[in-house]
Ligand binder design. Structure first.
Ligand SMILES: *[C@@H]1O[C@H](CO)[C@@H](O)[C@H](O)[C@H]1NC(C)=O
Ligand SMILES: *[C@@H]1O[C@H](CO)[C@@H](O)[C@H](O)[C@H]1NC(C)=O
Ligand SMILES: *[C@@H]1O[C@H](CO)[C@@H](O)[C@H](O)[C@H]1NC(C)=O
Ligand SMILES: *[C@@H]1O[C@H](CO)[C@@H](O)[C@H](O)[C@H]1NC(C)=O
Length: 479
């Protein structure tokens, strides 16, 4: 008797649940693409090659760059549509998005990103098209001219963008490099949205840990998420992570900012080697520094519990000049180890950190770990200290397409294999963008100190890395 009543209740309950879920799905689908979702059967999702996208600017000639730093379609003139997070609870978009996120949060296994779900994306001229979501090799694809780039104004995002990387503030006059988007070959990436990013990252923290190229990616993301506008609701929370400038230091070891409306924290921690640096003799400020190749940075160990996404990189400090300049002495197992050459040490360290992070993931089910591949340098006719230059201003003059597997950071590619650490493979696609570096441009006239063919102008190439990061995290399910 009791049993049958319970069973009846259970049946009733599941019916209600099923109805609820169906209704929510319909509403969500309707919000995303009125008519289309309900009319096209799931199994029949169209897969278009990028070349067949209607209105795609694939073959379009890059438009004449505007010289006025403020004349940017996306970030400056389009105030209304670019309002930072109008968290209008009543809007359908919010509800739809929330539902999708709930689905995402329902423990999607990290490696089963394959779904047959159909989603739509608005391309130029608001023509919706159908795309099949699938596991994607984001590293293969091509650069496409896109008038909706950049995401922010290099002349305005000065709250987070270092002046030294804001090419719009320098004597540079060509900005054609700002107007390209990376198009993966085999799949459609979800279009970056700062609002969606913040909603999905509600109560969450994303940490970039790496060298100055990681710092560029951090600044880029801050500008992308905020639209490059001055934001009084973003607060400095560096102190929560010990990121305060020490007495006599040039700068803090990193920066952390919180978007208070969504309680989303984005931070950068400076760890050029992704290893643990400890002065051999702490009381001597000229002490040699033990570079513990087999130990993760203390900062990462200490704060890992607080992070939801970490993005790691290293690469450009693995040379004798940097070692000597920083008084770095390699240690393994806590004792000096001078047997490794620099390349071996780098490979060893990348493998060590990836292995360690991978070993931490089971205890940190909410954590997503990403390793970003090497950012390429473009010194021609010399190196950074011997008159090397990157003077080309003509975008994509050597081609716009990447087809090869694994794009040129073999140590990193091998290290992540077989782990749950995701690979953000940007080397080859960035290799095609030699015109996007700081080059010879500076704010103040500078003596002949050589060109910077390592760092990128912002807005610029690191924005594309963040788009891919966003696409990868979205495809993963939850982030
Ligand atoms: C994911 O998709 C790829 C290609 O579409 C397929 O080869 C692979 O077997 C799929 N994996 C799963 C887990 O469905
Ligand atoms: C964010 O955290 C607050 C305080 O802990 C909590 O009340 C709220 O429900 C959380 N929101 C989400 C979306 O997790
Ligand atoms: C912000 O998010 C953190 C988790 O990342 C949570 O512990 C904290 O309570 C949240 N704060 C607010 C004000 O919601
Ligand atoms: C890099 O390190 C891994 C793991 O120690 C090793 O298997 C691999 O052969 C190394 N690669 C190179 C190029 O030294």
């Amino acid at each position: 008797m009791k049993g049958s009543i319970l069973r009846l209740r259970a049946t009733k309950l599941s019916l209600i649940l099923i109805t609820l879920v169906c209704t929510m799905f319909l509403l969500w689908g309707w919000d995303k693409a009125p008519f289309l979702v309900s009319l096209i059967p799931q199994s029949q999702s169209l897969r278009l090659s990028p070349d067949t996208f209607i209105g795609s600017p694939m073959n379009a000639v890059s438009p004449e760059p505007k010289k006025d730093a403020d004349n940017l379609p996306n970030s400056a003139t389009n105030e209304a549509s670019d309002k930072p997070e109008g968290y209008d609870k009543k809007s359908n978009g919010e509800d739809g998005e929330n539902f999708k996120e709930k689905v995402w949060d329902a423990s999607v296994p990290v490696d089963s990103a394959n779904t047959s779900s159909v989603f739509t994306k608005k391309e130029k001229g608001n023509i919706p098209y159908q795309v099949k979501k699938q596991t994607c090799d984001y590293a293969k694809g091509n650069w496409v001219a896109d008038d909706n780039r950049p995401f922010y104004s290099g002349g305005r995002c000065l709250q987070w963008l270092s002046e030294m990387w804001a090419c719009r503030l320098t004597d540079r006059t060509d900005f054609a490099f700002e107007k390209f988007r990376w198009q993966p070959r085999d799949c459609e990436m979800e279009e970056f949205s700062g609002k969606k990013f913040l909603r999905r990252m509600r109560n969450k923290t994303l940490a970039f840990i790496g060298d100055s190229l990681g710092r560029q990616q951090y600044q880029s993301l801050m500008c992308m998420v905020s639209g490059g506008k001055l934001r009084h609701d973003v607060i400095d929370v560096g102190w929560e992570y010990g990121l305060v400038k020490a007495r006599g230091a040039l700068r803090p070891d990193g920066w952390a900012h919180r978007f208070t409306r969504t309680n989303t924290t984005i931070l950068f921690y400076w760890s050029a080697c992704l290893c643990d640096l400890q002065p051999v003799n702490p009381s001597d400020k000229n002490s040699e520094v033990a570079m513990n190749l087999d130990r993760p940075p203390a900062f990462l160990r200490r704060y890992l519990d607080r992070f939801n996404v970490i993005v790691l990189n290293t690469g450009h400090h693995w040379n004798r000049g940097k070692f000597d300049g920083n008084h770095w002495v390699m240690h393994v197992g806590g004792v000096p180890n001078l047997n490794k050459n620099v390349a071996e040490a780098k490979n060893f360290t990348i493998h060590s950190i990836v292995k360690w992070v991978d070993s931490q993931l089971p205890q940190h089910p909410k954590l997503r770990a990403v390793y970003r591949s090497l950012s390429p340098r473009h010194f021609f006719n010399g190196d950074w200290n011997s008159g090397g230059t990157c003077d080309n201003t003509n975008p994509l003059s050597k081609g716009k397409e990447v087809l090869k597997e694994e794009s040129g950071d073999p140590a990193a590619a091998m290290a992540v294999k077989g782990t749950k650490v995701k690979y953000l493979d940007i080397t080859a696609l960035s290799e095609l963008r030699d015109e996007g570096h700081m080059s010879r441009y500076t704010i103040k006239p500078r003596q002949a100190t050589g060109q910077d063919c390592l760092h990128w102008c912002l807005p610029g190439i690191p924005d594309a890395w963040n788009e891919i990061l966003y696409g990868q995290l979205s495809a993963l399910g939850r982030f």
